[in-house]
Design a protein around this ligand. Sequence first.
Ligand code: ZN
Length: 114
Amino acid sequence: MHETSIAGNIIDIINESVNSPDRLKVNQVKLKIGVLSNVNIEALVSAFQLAVMDSELSNSKLIVETQPVILECNDCKNICSTEEYIYSCVNCGSNNIEVKSGDELEISEIILDR
Ligand SMILES: [Zn+2]
């Protein structure tokens, strides 16, 4: 499953950025996921919970914030933000549009308990 390998990558990143004694204190891991990234968020959260169970990261929870799609029209330079991909500019109707963001998947913050 796609989400299992993403959860594995997230855990690798946490392990790289947090030293071993502090990993037990990791409480929240905030993720930004663009709506175009094709990730099933529920599946990702359960894959993550399963993967951290009985590990140093067992206290951590994934908090997912979805990010809208930002599109820029190459013809009229209109920038719009939508919840799903659209194929033409809302301003001038051109198909000459570019995705500026909306397919990202990144950790925005790792919060440790004091
Ligand atoms: Zn346009």
